[in-house]
Write a protein that binds this ligand. Structure first.
Ligand code: GDP
Ligand code: MN
Length: 380
Protein backbone atom coordinates (compact mmCIF):
# COMPACT_ATOMS: atom_id res chain seq x y z
CA UNK A 1 0.00 0.00 0.00
CA UNK A 2 1.17 3.49 -0.81
CA UNK A 3 0.50 6.68 1.13
CA UNK A 4 0.75 10.35 0.25
CA UNK A 5 3.87 12.48 0.57
CA UNK A 6 2.32 14.58 3.36
CA UNK A 7 1.48 11.42 5.32
CA UNK A 8 4.97 10.02 4.85
CA UNK A 9 6.37 13.35 6.01
CA UNK A 10 4.22 13.12 9.14
CA UNK A 11 5.86 9.78 9.91
CA UNK A 12 9.31 11.22 9.11
CA UNK A 13 8.62 14.05 11.53
CA UNK A 14 7.79 11.54 14.29
CA UNK A 15 11.34 10.26 13.79
CA UNK A 16 12.83 13.73 14.05
CA UNK A 17 13.86 14.06 10.40
CA UNK A 18 14.48 17.58 9.06
CA UNK A 19 11.58 18.68 6.87
CA UNK A 20 10.40 21.88 5.23
CA UNK A 21 7.50 23.47 7.14
CA UNK A 22 4.13 23.15 5.46
CA UNK A 23 0.55 22.00 5.53
CA UNK A 24 -1.84 20.09 3.33
CA UNK A 25 -5.00 21.76 1.99
CA UNK A 26 -7.94 20.96 -0.27
CA UNK A 27 -8.99 24.36 -1.60
CA UNK A 28 -7.39 27.36 -3.29
CA UNK A 29 -8.36 29.70 -0.41
CA UNK A 30 -6.84 27.33 2.13
CA UNK A 31 -3.66 27.18 0.03
CA UNK A 32 -3.40 30.97 0.09
CA UNK A 33 -3.94 30.99 3.85
CA UNK A 34 -1.36 28.25 4.38
CA UNK A 35 1.21 30.17 2.31
CA UNK A 36 0.50 33.37 4.23
CA UNK A 37 0.94 31.54 7.54
CA UNK A 38 4.33 30.19 6.44
CA UNK A 39 5.50 33.81 6.21
CA UNK A 40 8.37 33.05 3.80
CA UNK A 41 8.82 33.26 0.03
CA UNK A 42 8.98 31.41 -2.20
CA UNK A 43 6.66 28.58 -1.28
CA UNK A 44 6.16 25.36 -3.18
CA UNK A 45 2.74 23.94 -4.09
CA UNK A 46 2.79 20.15 -4.51
CA UNK A 47 0.10 17.82 -5.84
CA UNK A 48 -0.66 14.95 -3.44
CA UNK A 49 -1.10 11.90 -5.65
CA UNK A 50 0.54 8.55 -5.16
CA UNK A 51 2.54 8.46 -8.37
CA UNK A 52 6.13 9.38 -9.13
CA UNK A 53 7.21 12.17 -11.46
CA UNK A 54 4.73 14.76 -10.24
CA UNK A 55 7.37 17.41 -10.89
CA UNK A 56 7.63 16.54 -14.59
CA UNK A 57 3.83 16.34 -14.88
CA UNK A 58 3.47 19.94 -13.66
CA UNK A 59 2.30 18.99 -10.18
CA UNK A 60 5.11 20.75 -8.28
CA UNK A 61 5.34 24.54 -8.64
CA UNK A 62 7.22 27.35 -6.94
CA UNK A 63 5.24 30.48 -6.03
CA UNK A 64 6.89 33.82 -5.23
CA UNK A 65 3.75 35.65 -4.05
CA UNK A 66 0.09 35.23 -3.13
CA UNK A 67 -1.08 35.57 -6.73
CA UNK A 68 1.17 32.77 -7.85
CA UNK A 69 0.03 30.56 -4.97
CA UNK A 70 -3.56 31.10 -6.04
CA UNK A 71 -2.78 30.44 -9.70
CA UNK A 72 -0.77 27.26 -9.03
CA UNK A 73 -3.27 25.89 -6.51
CA UNK A 74 -6.02 26.53 -9.07
CA UNK A 75 -4.24 24.59 -11.81
CA UNK A 76 -2.97 21.75 -9.63
CA UNK A 77 -6.17 21.05 -7.66
CA UNK A 78 -8.34 19.00 -10.00
CA UNK A 79 -5.45 18.32 -12.36
CA UNK A 80 -5.19 14.78 -13.70
CA UNK A 81 -1.80 13.17 -13.10
CA UNK A 82 -1.39 9.73 -14.64
CA UNK A 83 -5.12 9.03 -14.35
CA UNK A 84 -5.59 10.33 -10.81
CA UNK A 85 -7.39 13.57 -9.95
CA UNK A 86 -5.54 15.79 -7.51
CA UNK A 87 -7.68 16.48 -4.42
CA UNK A 88 -5.06 17.98 -2.10
CA UNK A 89 -1.92 20.07 -2.32
CA UNK A 90 0.93 20.41 0.12
CA UNK A 91 1.99 24.03 0.60
CA UNK A 92 5.54 24.20 1.88
CA UNK A 93 8.31 26.64 2.53
CA UNK A 94 10.47 26.73 -0.63
CA UNK A 95 14.01 25.42 -0.41
CA UNK A 96 17.09 26.92 -2.00
CA UNK A 97 18.61 23.82 -3.48
CA UNK A 98 22.38 23.42 -3.84
CA UNK A 99 22.37 19.67 -4.48
CA UNK A 100 19.70 17.01 -4.88
CA UNK A 101 20.68 13.66 -3.34
CA UNK A 102 18.89 10.35 -2.98
CA UNK A 103 18.50 8.24 0.16
CA UNK A 104 16.33 5.17 0.44
CA UNK A 105 15.75 1.90 2.21
CA UNK A 106 14.41 -1.18 0.49
CA UNK A 107 13.92 -4.84 1.35
CA UNK A 108 16.20 -6.90 -0.89
CA UNK A 109 14.26 -10.14 -1.13
CA UNK A 110 16.97 -12.00 -3.02
CA UNK A 111 19.66 -10.82 -0.59
CA UNK A 112 17.35 -11.52 2.37
CA UNK A 113 18.21 -8.25 4.05
CA UNK A 114 17.49 -4.58 4.28
CA UNK A 115 19.48 -2.36 1.93
CA UNK A 116 20.14 1.34 2.45
CA UNK A 117 20.86 3.15 -0.82
CA UNK A 118 22.32 6.58 -1.36
CA UNK A 119 23.22 8.51 -4.48
CA UNK A 120 24.50 11.98 -5.31
CA UNK A 121 22.20 11.84 -8.36
CA UNK A 122 18.91 12.60 -6.60
CA UNK A 123 15.79 14.34 -7.87
CA UNK A 124 15.35 11.93 -10.76
CA UNK A 125 13.99 8.43 -10.91
CA UNK A 126 16.48 6.17 -9.12
CA UNK A 127 15.76 3.33 -11.58
CA UNK A 128 17.14 5.55 -14.34
CA UNK A 129 20.30 6.22 -12.34
CA UNK A 130 20.64 2.49 -11.64
CA UNK A 131 20.32 1.69 -15.35
CA UNK A 132 22.57 4.41 -16.78
CA UNK A 133 25.16 5.00 -14.04
CA UNK A 134 25.02 2.22 -11.42
CA UNK A 135 28.36 3.39 -10.00
CA UNK A 136 26.55 6.47 -8.70
CA UNK A 137 24.52 4.39 -6.24
CA UNK A 138 25.99 3.06 -3.01
CA UNK A 139 24.15 0.05 -1.58
CA UNK A 140 24.70 -0.82 2.06
CA UNK A 141 23.55 -4.27 3.12
CA UNK A 142 22.18 -4.21 6.65
CA UNK A 143 22.96 -7.43 8.51
CA UNK A 144 19.85 -8.72 10.28
CA UNK A 145 20.35 -8.42 14.03
CA UNK A 146 23.26 -6.00 13.71
CA UNK A 147 21.51 -3.07 12.08
CA UNK A 148 23.13 -0.30 10.09
CA UNK A 149 26.71 0.06 11.37
CA UNK A 150 28.59 3.29 12.09
CA UNK A 151 31.20 2.54 9.41
CA UNK A 152 28.45 2.11 6.82
CA UNK A 153 27.00 5.48 7.73
CA UNK A 154 30.45 7.08 7.29
CA UNK A 155 30.79 5.33 3.94
CA UNK A 156 27.49 6.85 2.81
CA UNK A 157 28.44 10.32 4.00
CA UNK A 158 31.77 10.24 2.14
CA UNK A 159 30.15 8.78 -0.96
CA UNK A 160 27.78 11.76 -1.00
CA UNK A 161 30.67 14.15 -0.30
CA UNK A 162 28.74 16.10 2.32
CA UNK A 163 30.11 19.11 4.21
CA UNK A 164 31.20 18.34 7.82
CA UNK A 165 28.50 20.42 9.50
CA UNK A 166 25.85 18.13 7.96
CA UNK A 167 27.35 14.81 9.09
CA UNK A 168 25.41 14.59 12.32
CA UNK A 169 22.03 15.18 10.74
CA UNK A 170 22.70 12.88 7.77
CA UNK A 171 23.75 10.07 10.15
CA UNK A 172 20.44 10.52 11.91
CA UNK A 173 18.59 10.39 8.59
CA UNK A 174 20.22 7.12 7.51
CA UNK A 175 19.51 5.50 10.88
CA UNK A 176 15.91 6.74 10.77
CA UNK A 177 15.44 5.18 7.32
CA UNK A 178 16.25 1.81 8.85
CA UNK A 179 13.85 2.36 11.76
CA UNK A 180 10.99 3.66 9.61
CA UNK A 181 11.14 0.65 7.28
CA UNK A 182 11.49 -1.91 10.11
CA UNK A 183 8.97 -0.38 12.54
CA UNK A 184 6.20 -0.27 9.91
CA UNK A 185 6.94 -3.40 7.90
CA UNK A 186 7.42 -1.13 4.92
CA UNK A 187 8.87 -2.42 1.66
CA UNK A 188 10.33 0.90 0.55
CA UNK A 189 11.22 4.24 2.13
CA UNK A 190 12.56 6.99 -0.12
CA UNK A 191 13.77 10.54 0.25
CA UNK A 192 14.17 11.84 -3.29
CA UNK A 193 15.45 14.44 -3.29
CA UNK A 194 17.30 14.71 -0.03
CA UNK A 195 18.33 18.32 -0.42
CA UNK A 196 21.53 20.09 0.55
CA UNK A 197 20.56 23.76 0.68
CA UNK A 198 22.74 26.69 -0.34
CA UNK A 199 23.25 27.28 3.40
CA UNK A 200 24.50 23.71 3.93
CA UNK A 201 21.36 22.50 5.65
CA UNK A 202 19.90 19.10 4.85
CA UNK A 203 16.16 18.68 4.29
CA UNK A 204 13.89 15.85 3.13
CA UNK A 205 12.14 17.58 0.22
CA UNK A 206 10.12 14.54 -0.80
CA UNK A 207 8.98 11.44 1.10
CA UNK A 208 7.69 8.10 -0.04
CA UNK A 209 6.77 5.00 1.97
CA UNK A 210 5.30 1.77 0.53
CA UNK A 211 3.93 -0.74 3.01
CA UNK A 212 3.77 -4.51 2.80
CA UNK A 213 0.05 -5.32 2.41
CA UNK A 214 0.51 -8.61 4.24
CA UNK A 215 1.62 -6.81 7.39
CA UNK A 216 -1.06 -4.10 7.44
CA UNK A 217 -3.15 -6.01 9.99
CA UNK A 218 -0.35 -5.33 12.47
CA UNK A 219 -0.47 -1.59 11.75
CA UNK A 220 -4.08 -0.39 11.91
CA UNK A 221 -3.07 3.27 12.05
CA UNK A 222 -1.19 2.86 8.76
CA UNK A 223 -3.98 0.79 7.16
CA UNK A 224 -6.36 3.67 7.95
CA UNK A 225 -4.28 5.98 5.74
CA UNK A 226 -5.38 4.16 2.58
CA UNK A 227 -6.80 6.55 -0.01
CA UNK A 228 -9.37 4.82 -2.22
CA UNK A 229 -9.30 7.77 -4.62
CA UNK A 230 -5.98 6.32 -5.77
CA UNK A 231 -7.19 2.78 -6.43
CA UNK A 232 -8.90 1.10 -9.33
CA UNK A 233 -12.59 1.11 -8.16
CA UNK A 234 -13.03 -2.58 -9.05
CA UNK A 235 -9.94 -3.50 -7.05
CA UNK A 236 -11.22 -1.61 -3.98
CA UNK A 237 -14.63 -3.30 -4.25
CA UNK A 238 -12.90 -6.68 -4.49
CA UNK A 239 -10.86 -5.88 -1.39
CA UNK A 240 -14.06 -5.11 0.55
CA UNK A 241 -15.28 -8.63 -0.30
CA UNK A 242 -11.93 -10.19 0.64
CA UNK A 243 -11.30 -11.16 -2.95
CA UNK A 244 -7.92 -10.66 -4.49
CA UNK A 245 -8.54 -9.21 -7.91
CA UNK A 246 -6.13 -7.68 -10.38
CA UNK A 247 -7.45 -6.27 -13.62
CA UNK A 248 -5.66 -7.23 -16.84
CA UNK A 249 -6.30 -6.47 -20.49
CA UNK A 250 -7.80 -9.66 -21.99
CA UNK A 251 -11.35 -10.87 -22.68
CA UNK A 252 -11.64 -13.98 -20.49
CA UNK A 253 -12.90 -13.27 -16.99
CA UNK A 254 -11.35 -15.86 -14.66
CA UNK A 255 -12.90 -16.90 -11.33
CA UNK A 256 -10.74 -19.35 -9.46
CA UNK A 257 -10.33 -20.55 -5.89
CA UNK A 258 -6.74 -20.39 -4.70
CA UNK A 259 -3.98 -18.06 -5.88
CA UNK A 260 -1.83 -20.86 -7.30
CA UNK A 261 -4.73 -22.32 -9.25
CA UNK A 262 -5.58 -18.82 -10.47
CA UNK A 263 -2.02 -18.35 -11.75
CA UNK A 264 -2.00 -21.68 -13.55
CA UNK A 265 -5.42 -20.94 -15.05
CA UNK A 266 -4.02 -17.73 -16.50
CA UNK A 267 -1.01 -19.64 -17.83
CA UNK A 268 -3.26 -22.15 -19.55
CA UNK A 269 -5.43 -19.43 -21.11
CA UNK A 270 -2.25 -17.86 -22.49
CA UNK A 271 -0.97 -21.25 -23.60
CA UNK A 272 -4.06 -21.80 -25.74
CA UNK A 273 -3.72 -18.35 -27.31
CA UNK A 274 -6.20 -16.37 -25.23
CA UNK A 275 -5.87 -13.45 -22.83
CA UNK A 276 -7.15 -13.37 -19.25
CA UNK A 277 -9.11 -10.25 -18.28
CA UNK A 278 -8.07 -10.57 -14.67
CA UNK A 279 -6.49 -12.49 -11.88
CA UNK A 280 -9.08 -13.44 -9.29
CA UNK A 281 -8.85 -15.64 -6.25
CA UNK A 282 -12.29 -16.08 -4.66
CA UNK A 283 -10.65 -17.72 -1.65
CA UNK A 284 -11.24 -21.02 0.05
CA UNK A 285 -14.82 -20.65 1.27
CA UNK A 286 -16.33 -19.79 -2.10
CA UNK A 287 -19.84 -19.12 -0.74
CA UNK A 288 -22.65 -17.90 -3.03
CA UNK A 289 -22.43 -14.26 -1.88
CA UNK A 290 -18.75 -14.04 -2.66
CA UNK A 291 -19.24 -15.74 -6.00
CA UNK A 292 -21.96 -13.21 -6.81
CA UNK A 293 -19.65 -10.33 -5.83
CA UNK A 294 -16.82 -11.84 -7.85
CA UNK A 295 -19.03 -12.29 -10.92
CA UNK A 296 -20.21 -8.69 -10.65
CA UNK A 297 -16.65 -7.37 -10.39
CA UNK A 298 -15.29 -9.48 -13.24
CA UNK A 299 -18.12 -8.59 -15.60
CA UNK A 300 -18.03 -4.89 -14.73
CA UNK A 301 -15.03 -4.89 -17.06
CA UNK A 302 -16.64 -4.24 -20.46
CA UNK A 303 -13.88 -6.09 -22.28
CA UNK A 304 -14.93 -9.43 -20.78
CA UNK A 305 -16.83 -11.62 -23.28
CA UNK A 306 -16.36 -15.09 -21.74
CA UNK A 307 -16.27 -16.36 -18.18
CA UNK A 308 -14.10 -19.20 -16.99
CA UNK A 309 -14.69 -20.79 -13.59
CA UNK A 310 -12.00 -23.08 -12.29
CA UNK A 311 -12.97 -24.39 -8.86
CA UNK A 312 -11.39 -27.17 -6.93
CA UNK A 313 -13.82 -28.42 -4.31
CA UNK A 314 -11.73 -29.29 -1.30
CA UNK A 315 -13.37 -27.75 1.73
CA UNK A 316 -15.90 -25.95 -0.43
CA UNK A 317 -18.48 -28.35 -1.89
CA UNK A 318 -18.98 -28.34 -5.67
CA UNK A 319 -22.78 -28.55 -5.42
CA UNK A 320 -22.86 -25.35 -3.36
CA UNK A 321 -20.60 -23.62 -5.86
CA UNK A 322 -22.86 -24.76 -8.74
CA UNK A 323 -25.93 -23.39 -6.95
CA UNK A 324 -24.05 -20.21 -6.13
CA UNK A 325 -23.02 -19.65 -9.74
CA UNK A 326 -26.56 -20.20 -11.03
CA UNK A 327 -28.04 -17.88 -8.43
CA UNK A 328 -25.39 -15.22 -8.95
CA UNK A 329 -25.96 -15.30 -12.70
CA UNK A 330 -29.71 -15.02 -12.27
CA UNK A 331 -29.35 -12.08 -9.89
CA UNK A 332 -26.91 -10.21 -12.09
CA UNK A 333 -28.62 -10.99 -15.41
CA UNK A 334 -25.29 -11.74 -17.10
CA UNK A 335 -25.69 -13.49 -20.43
CA UNK A 336 -22.05 -14.18 -21.29
CA UNK A 337 -21.02 -17.78 -21.95
CA UNK A 338 -19.75 -19.51 -18.81
CA UNK A 339 -17.25 -22.34 -18.99
CA UNK A 340 -16.78 -24.36 -15.82
CA UNK A 341 -14.28 -26.79 -14.51
CA UNK A 342 -15.54 -28.01 -11.19
CA UNK A 343 -13.95 -31.01 -9.53
CA UNK A 344 -13.67 -32.40 -6.02
CA UNK A 345 -16.13 -32.87 -3.17
CA UNK A 346 -19.68 -33.55 -4.45
CA UNK A 347 -18.80 -33.00 -8.09
CA UNK A 348 -21.44 -35.52 -9.16
CA UNK A 349 -24.15 -33.53 -7.45
CA UNK A 350 -22.82 -30.38 -9.10
CA UNK A 351 -23.01 -32.02 -12.51
CA UNK A 352 -26.66 -32.94 -11.87
CA UNK A 353 -27.48 -29.38 -10.87
CA UNK A 354 -25.86 -27.93 -13.98
CA UNK A 355 -27.12 -30.62 -16.39
CA UNK A 356 -30.10 -28.81 -17.86
CA UNK A 357 -28.43 -25.38 -17.97
CA UNK A 358 -26.39 -23.65 -20.66
CA UNK A 359 -23.28 -23.60 -18.45
CA UNK A 360 -20.52 -25.42 -20.26
CA UNK A 361 -18.97 -28.06 -18.01
CA UNK A 362 -15.53 -29.27 -19.03
CA UNK A 363 -13.88 -32.27 -17.40
CA UNK A 364 -10.34 -30.90 -17.16
CA UNK A 365 -8.65 -27.56 -16.66
CA UNK A 366 -6.95 -27.70 -20.07
CA UNK A 367 -10.18 -28.40 -21.89
CA UNK A 368 -11.95 -25.66 -19.96
CA UNK A 369 -9.24 -23.14 -20.81
CA UNK A 370 -9.26 -24.21 -24.48
CA UNK A 371 -13.04 -23.88 -24.68
CA UNK A 372 -12.97 -20.44 -23.05
CA UNK A 373 -10.30 -19.25 -25.49
CA UNK A 374 -12.33 -20.55 -28.44
CA UNK A 375 -15.47 -18.76 -27.20
CA UNK A 376 -13.63 -15.54 -26.47
CA UNK A 377 -12.62 -15.37 -30.15
CA UNK A 378 -16.12 -15.74 -31.57
CA UNK A 379 -16.86 -13.05 -34.10
CA UNK A 380 -13.20 -12.19 -34.63
P1 GDP B 1 8.23 14.11 -7.64
O1 GDP B 1 8.52 14.68 -8.98
O2 GDP B 1 6.86 13.50 -7.59
O3 GDP B 1 9.27 13.15 -7.17
O4 GDP B 1 8.20 15.33 -6.60
P2 GDP B 1 9.38 16.01 -5.73
O5 GDP B 1 8.83 16.35 -4.41
O6 GDP B 1 10.58 15.14 -5.70
O7 GDP B 1 9.69 17.35 -6.51
C1 GDP B 1 10.21 17.34 -7.82
C2 GDP B 1 11.30 18.37 -7.98
O8 GDP B 1 10.80 19.66 -7.68
C3 GDP B 1 12.47 18.20 -7.04
O9 GDP B 1 13.39 17.26 -7.51
C4 GDP B 1 13.05 19.59 -7.01
O10 GDP B 1 13.91 19.79 -8.11
C5 GDP B 1 11.84 20.47 -7.17
N1 GDP B 1 11.45 21.03 -5.86
C6 GDP B 1 10.67 20.47 -4.91
N2 GDP B 1 10.58 21.27 -3.83
C7 GDP B 1 11.31 22.37 -4.11
C8 GDP B 1 11.63 23.58 -3.40
O11 GDP B 1 11.20 23.83 -2.27
N3 GDP B 1 12.44 24.47 -4.02
C9 GDP B 1 12.96 24.25 -5.26
N4 GDP B 1 13.74 25.17 -5.82
N5 GDP B 1 12.67 23.15 -5.97
C10 GDP B 1 11.87 22.22 -5.40
MN1 MN C 1 10.62 12.97 -5.66
Amino acid sequence: MKIHEYQAKQIFSDYGLPLPRGSVVETVDAAVEAATNLGVWPVVVKAQVQVGGRGKAGGVKLARNIDEVRRHAQTILGMNIKGITVKRVLVEQGIEIARELYAGAVIDRAGKCLVIMVSPAGGINIEEVAAATPERILKLRVQPGLGLRAFQIRQAIYFLDLPPETHEVTSRIFKALERVIMDHDASLVEINPLVLTTRDEVLCADAKIDFDDNALALHPAIAALRDENEEDPLESEARHHDLSYIKLDGRIGCLVNGAGLAMSTMDLVKHYGGDPANFLDVGGGADPDRIAAALRIVTADRAVNTILFNIFGGIVRCDRVAEGVLRARERSGIDLPIVMRLVGTNEDKAREILAGTDLIMMPTMSEAAQKAVELSKRGE
